[in-house]
Every structure is written in structure tokens, then in C-alpha cells.
Write a protein that binds this ligand. Structure first.
Ligand SMILES: Nc1ncnc2c1ncn2[C@@H]1O[C@H](COP(=O)(O)OP(=O)(O)OP(=O)(O)O)[C@@H](O)[C@H]1O
Ligand SMILES: [Mg+2]
Length: 332
């Protein structure tokens, strides 16, 4: 296995070829420019060698602090951005470079801000059926489908002819979910879909997503900062830190037996007494990490309370700690 400071250890052995979605050594590097000539002065390695599998019907939750690469990974898996390298396999087909139309509609995304996701000048039904119209489906047929998915998300016919500003935040997010459902997807990437909603509304939307997952046999990649949300919606949890997945485990295992020092730090702040309060992990936050110049060795070592000498130079590999429980840390 090739490994050095610049090329982190491969995680390919966690890939399960029978999974619905597979990422194989995925990387996304964003160039960072400087000066008037906009010369490239470095790269942000937003996703830096991620391999993972999401099984049919599973809800995989991605947690990790701001800037760890969660959204970038979600955008890669939903084909909204091209990887720098690596592969994406969906239903056994390599879709890295090209995705057939009939598979394109099977992967849909719901973002955090329902208001930004909707066009203020188009009525709800029009927005919901827009993906179908874009595919060339006849308006009447599209509208029939539109009413069906609106009903499925709990929005009655009377809301179909309203504009986004006439809806509440929760109703708007329901409309966005309806639009995601309208193409009969199999895989949904949900990027903090409830984080902009009031707490009571969050719970309703989470319940809705849980129900829809059953009714429509969906598979989720669910991105969240909120461990209570992760615990509620997830089957399995993946913890991301500076572009790497540092631990994955079934939900129960992760909460009862976290292994990576970063995961332990995340969980030490859970359960937060006040879900509205920002989550405050007990790891040193005063250590500034420059995303363009990542620390050598294990990238968590400058903040790790258990760092050993070899963590400063060597790159840990993802190892299997127990069944379905993987961790990337020299302690194991
Ligand atoms: N289009 C872009 N151009 C350059 N850098 C980017 C771009 N998008 C993201 N980044 C950088 O990539 C890294 C990962 O960003 P990303 O948005 O994926 O993180 P995140 O985990 O979703 O964070 P958050 O929790 O704040 O949403 C960050 O350092 C970010 O600044
Ligand atoms: Mg994000």
C-alpha cells in the first residue's frame, strides 16, 4: 500500500462492492490563488482519499466540524462536482465521468436553506415538477406526480399554488423534499436539511424523512453537526476530519465505544443540555489549522490529547477494530 505524507493511506478495503453507492479513494482539491496573476499557491484538500460504501436502504450520517469536507463529499457523491481523482460507483456502474440520464434522476440533494433552494417567483407546484419538465415529461403527467409527492410530504393541494414566501420554513423544506422525490430517487444526499429550522419543526421534518425513507425505499447520506440528529436518523455514522473519514461504525457502537480521539472529543460534549447551543467539543480550538497546509503525520495530532511521537510523521491507516467498526488512528 503506497503511503507518504502527501498521499494518505488508502481506505479502499472498506468498500463493499454490493453497496448502492461506493466512493473509492475520492479526492477533491480546490486550488487557492494568490496575487494579481492569480497564481495557484496551494490546494485545499477538502476530500482527501475517502473510500466508503452506503448500502441499499441505509442511512449513513456524516458528522464532523465545519470545514471538514462534508458538503464537498456530498456534492461529489451526488455528482454536483467532479472529483480531482478517485471513483464513484452507483448501482455497480462507474459514474465518475458520466452518468446516464436514467441514473441521474435516482440521485437527489436537499440542502440546508429551503428558501435559497426555491425560486421566489415560481409557485410551489411549478418548482416541484421542474425536474420532470426539464426531462421533457408532459405537463399534465408531471403535475399529477407533483400533487402526489406534495401530499406525501404533508403539503395539501391548497399550498401547491402558493409562492415560497407564503409558506413557513418547515413547509418550504417539505416542498424542497417533494421536489427531490419527484424523480423517484433511490439515493438522497441531505446536507443539514433541518439546521435552519426551529427545533420543534426540525423534529417534524426528521420524522417525515424517516417515514419517506421507508415508503420510498430510500438510501440516505445525511450530513449534520448535531449528534442528537445523527443518533435519531442514522444507522451508521462516519466521522470526518480535515478531508478524511477517521472512524465509521454502526450508530450504537459509535456512541457506546468511540475509538478515535476526535470522535471521543465530539461525544464528550453530548448530550448537549440545550440543543440550540453551539456544540462545543473538548478539544483545543485555539490551534489554528491552515486547510491549505495540513499538518504532517496524522492530521489530528496537533489537537490530539493522546498524540505519540509517530503521529507527527506517520500517516495512520484505516483499520478494522471490530465488525463494521473502522478507525484511522495509531492507537489501534
Ligand atoms: N468552491 C470552493 N473553493 C475553494 N475551497 C472550497 C470550496 N468549497 C469548499 N472549500 C473548502 O473546502 C473545505 C471543506 O469545505 P466543506 O464545505 O465541504 O466543509 P463542511 O464540512 O461541509 O463544512 P460546514 O460544516 O461548515 O458546512 C473547507 O476548507 C472549505 O473552505
Ligand atoms: Mg457543509
Amino acid at each position: 500500500m503506497r503511503k507518504n505524507k502527501e498521499d494518505p493511506g488508502l481506505q479502499e478495503h472498506v468498500v463493499d462492492s454490493s453497496a448502492l453507492v461506493q466512493a473509492i479513494n475520492l479526492k477533491k482539491y480546490y486550488p487557492v490563488y494568490s496575487g494579481v496573476f492569480r497564481r495557484i499557491k496551494g490546494y485545499v484538500r477538502a476530500v482527501d482519499g475517502v473510500s466508503l460504501s452506503i448500502r441499499q436502504g441505509e442511512s449513513l450520517v456524516l458528522v464532523g466540524e465545519s470545514g471538514s469536507g462534508k458538503t464537498t463529499l456530498g456534492m461529489l457523491l451526488s455528482k454536483l462536482t467532479q472529483p480531482t481523482s478517485g471513483k464513484i460507483i452507483f448501482k455497480g456502474l462507474d459514474i465518475t465521468d458520466k452518468i446516464p440520464k436514467k441514473l441521474r434522476r435516482k440521485i437527489r440533494v436537499v440542502f440546508q436553506d429551503p428558501y435559497a433552494s426555491l425560486n421566489p417567483r415560481i409557485k410551489i407546484l411549478g418548482q416541484v415538477i421542474e425536474p420532470l419538465i426539464a426531462e421533457g415529461i408532459e405537463k399534465k403527467e408531471a403535475e399529477e406526480k407533483g400533487y402526489k409527492v406534495l401530499e406525501a410530504v404533508g403539503l395539501g393541494t391548497e399550498l401547491a399554488s402558493k409562492y415560497p414566501h407564503e409558506l413557513s420554513g418547515g413547509q418550504r423544506q417539505r416542498a424542497v423534499i417533494a421536489r427531490a422525490l419527484v424523480t423517484d430517487p433511490e439515493f438522497l444526499v441531505l446536507d443539514e436539511p433541518t439546521s435552519m429550522l426551529d427545533v420543534s419543526i426540525q423534529a417534524q421534518i426528521l420524522n417525515l424523512l424517516k417515514r419517506l425513507k421507508q415508503e420510498y425505499s430510500l438510501t440516505y447520506l445525511f450530513i449534520t453537526h448535531n449528534l442528537a440528529v445523527a443518533r435519531y436518523i442514522g444507522d451508521r455514522i462516519a466521522v470526518m476530519y480535515l478531508g478524511r473519514i477517521v472512524e465509521t461504525a454502526p450508530k450504537r457502537t459509535l456512541f457506546s465505544n468511540p475509538l478515535h480521539p476526535y470522535t471521543k472529543a465530539l461525544l464528550s460534549a453530548y448530550p448537549a443540555p440545550d440543543p440550540e447551543k453551539p456544540w462545543n467539543p473538548e478539544i483545543p480550538v485555539d490551534i489554528a489549522i491552515n486547510p491549505v497546509k495540513l499538518p504532517g503525520g496524522c492530521r489530528f495530532h496537533p489537537r490530539c490529547p493522546l498524540a505519540m511521537e509517530k503521529c507527527k510523521s506517520g500517516t495512520p491507516e484505516l483499520v478494522r477494530a471490530e465488525k463494521e467498526h473502522y478507525v484511522e488512528c495509531f492507537l489501534y
